[in-house]
Design a protein around this ligand. Sequence first.
Ligand SMILES: [Zn+2]
Length: 154
Amino acid sequence: MDRAVACPVHMCTFDGTIRDVANHIQEHSDESHRWEALRWDDRDEFCRTTHFEEGQRFEQLGQDAWDHGDYEGAIENLEDGTSHFQRAQEFADDPSTLTERCQDIRDRIADIEVAEQIRGCHRKRHTRRRRMLELCLRAPASCKRRLLSTSSSM
Ligand SMILES: [Zn+2]
């Protein structure tokens, strides 16, 4: 989901998607809603830099989430980041740096998925082993040896 961005014009309360804001500036002909008066050359530059900034923001959020062990949050934010970089690419004269950046994030997503799968496997094995030991504690003495030998071979 795209977060709404605010119109960069001072005192203007308009907000919307990056495209909405670009159109809004384009359609207004007052003094302050002109690209020359703002810090961008034109609509394309506004879209490119704003998508790029949003991409960086999501990339950082994804990294933070992963640092906190939040798998879902990491994947979600990194994917949002990639989609912003991809859209920034549409407005770029030289898209190659953004292509690399997107590839870099996709590699990171793949790494995270692998790490999460490994962790999931460990957890499952751990749970199974613990259940076995619990069973064992409740079992009559005659079964205990058999259960323990099964459990330790897991
Ligand atoms: Zn405005």
